[in-house]
Ligand binder design. Structure first.
Ligand SMILES: Cc1cc2nc3c(=O)[nH]c(=O)nc-3n(C[C@H](O)[C@H](O)[C@H](O)COP(=O)(O)OP(=O)(O)OC[C@H]3O[C@@H](n4cnc5c(N)ncnc54)[C@H](O)[C@@H]3O)c2cc1C
Length: 480
């Protein structure tokens, strides 16, 4: 039995745990331990590209050694899994993963960074009926309110969260088989695109009437068009209800599928948090205050594990995204140094690429806002991203969503959503700007206060024009 003692114990060595550790080091706080149950640091964002092998050579490119992030990992890191925490006595108990041994860590403050687990929707046959609990792989997925070891999944079913999941997909795909992808969020779409790149026939199943719930139908249709051109068979508006050997069932159709990849979201891994008695919010994430304190004294929580406050409705939400995790790590370390800073209000946002289109969203779509009972105005415009003569000019569609009424925390005229699709110009600069505009709760009347840069060849010449187009359209409506 290895026995450790530390001031700060970080449970979980995903991006949350590792970035917090880095930030502690930067603040010259060295009396901490981080317990990591994955062999390396996994940048999950790279996993789809490790499968596609076009932008990354291999899945190994999605992992970085602990020592690269934390050169002193041998001093501060424990490669193991925490199995139990006795918070009354401030002691964690676990198993080491590289040695056949157990460990205990006594601590003063605990940071829970246990992240999320892939969710499996209710699909008949997805769980192997013969699984008897033997040979667990030590990674879990979430199904009907419980965590299951991934060994319980049917042989041809994979969830997407870890490097091991990616390796299972990689081993099977690229051999001309048919792969069904269930769910078309950011991860689902990236997996679809990369499976197509690998030469698979891809069957897409989405329960909603269009791809990508964060986009409106009139924006998602562009993605649907390119994925269909790339050969994807798309089934919308119905769930996958059953999986069997070599097939899935969607509605009344039995569809051939050699492998079934589930991209149906993430559920916080609250097992340790619940054991300690941390309050869990309505979203299923751990409740924290603005300084990431849970309801239990001396216990903090960050990352995919927690719920955060949405910028638009100021209600608890879960936007399980890397920038949130990194910011929380930086600020919690500062707090341990005695400087309390608040993070931004959260904006659900993302951007990606599929079938030659770059696409992104920040905040709420028209459909999502209406579903929350908010009256909105929305405008979609078609434009070119540079002067037509420029070799960098690309066709694009931008859509802005604005509150049409005062309601709760939302003001009439407040910009609550922005979506963009371009035929080949990445959105890395544009989307964060809109995430900030929405996060700062700006209104249409704030748009003319922004500075923009125009340059015909490399710039974004219509940027002034498109901002003014939106300003004119919405300010006109608001003044009616
Ligand atoms: C395929 C994919 C693509 C993504 N792409 C993007 C993207 O492009 N942009 C973006 O912003 N976000 C993206 N994300 C989301 C991003 O990866 C997550 O927000 C981020 O990983 C969250 O970090 P975390 O540390 O909170 O949780 P996790 O990454 O889940 O890490 C938690 C860690 O804690 C470990 N753990 C759990 N319980 C214990 C225990 N008892 N003892 C020890 N360790 C434990 C887990 O095994 C894991 O290593 C993507 C996610 C996936 C799956």
């Amino acid at each position: 039995m290895k026995e450790y003692s530390t001031d700060i114990l970080i449970a979980g060595g995903g991006p949350g745990g590792i970035f917090t550790s880095k930030a502690l080091m930067a603040n010259k706080i060295t009396d901490f331990k981080v317990v990591c149950d994955e062999p390396d640091v996994v940048c999950r964002c790279n996993i789809p590209y490790g499968i596609g092998k076009k932008f990354l050579n291999d899945i190994n490119d999605a992992v970085t050694s602990h020592h690269t992030f934390l050169p002193n990992f041998d001093e501060v890191g424990i490669v193991g899994r925490i199995e139990r925490i006795d918070h009354k006595n401030k002691t964690a108990y676990g198993k080491l993963l590289k040695e056949d041994d157990e460990f205990t860590v006594s601590y003063d403050k605990l940071i829970l960074a246990t992240g999320g687990q892939a969710s499996l929707p209710p699909i008949k046959g997805a769980i192997n009926p013969d699984y008897d609990g033997s040979n667990p792989v030590g990674e879990v997925f979430y199904y009907r309110g419980e965590s299951y070891d991934k060994a319980a999944l049917r042989d041809n079913v994979v969830v997407v969260r870890s490097v091991a999941d990616a390796r299972r997909i990689d081993k099977i795909c690229g051999t001309g088989l048919t792969v069904a992808v269930i769910g078309t969020g950011l991860v689902g779409i990236e997996i679809i695109d990369n499976l197509i790149i690998r030469g698979n026939k891809v069957v897409v199943v989405e329960i909603l009437p269009h791809l990508v719930s964060f986009l409106d139908a009139d924006m998602a249709s562009h993605l649907e068009e390119v994925l269909k051109k790339d050969g994807a068979e798309i089934h919308l508006g119905q769930p996958c209800t059953e999986v069997g050997d070599g097939y899935i069932v969607v509605g009344d159709k039995k569809i051939n599928a050699d492998l079934v990849v589930i991209g149906a979201g993430v559920t916080s891994d609250t097992r340790l948090a619940k054991e300690i008695g941390c309050e869990i919010g309505k979203t299923g994430g751990v409740k924290v205050d603005k300084n990431w304190r849970t309801s239990v004294p001396d216990v903090f929580a960050i990352g995919d594990l927690i719920e955060i406050k949405d910028a638009v409705f100021e209600s608890p939400v879960q936007f399980q995204l890397l920038p949130n995790v990194m910011m929380q790590g930086a600020l919690i370390a500062k707090q341990f140094k005695g400087v309390e800073l608040e993070g931004p209000l959260a904006v659900g946002s993302g951007m990606s690429h599929a079938g030659g289109l770059f696409w992104g969203f920040a905040g709420y779509s028209e459909e999502m806002a209406k579903a929350r009972g908010l009256g909105v105005m929305a405008e979609k415009i078609e434009l070119f991203t540079a002067e037509h003569a420029s070799p960098y000019a690309r066709k694009a569609w931008y859509k802005m969503v604005v509150a049409a009424e005062d309601k709760g925390t939302v003001k009439k005229g407040q910009i609550i959503g922005f979506q963009a699709i371009t035929e080949g110009k990445h959105l890395g600069d544009l989307m964060p700007r809109w995430a900030d505009i929405i996060g700062q709760k700006e209104t249409v009347w704030d748009l003319p206060k922004h500075n923009w840069i125009h340059q015909p060849l490399v710039g974004n010449p219509p940027s002034n024009a498109y901002i003014l187009t939106f300003f004119n359209l919405f300010s006109g409506k608001l003044s009616e």
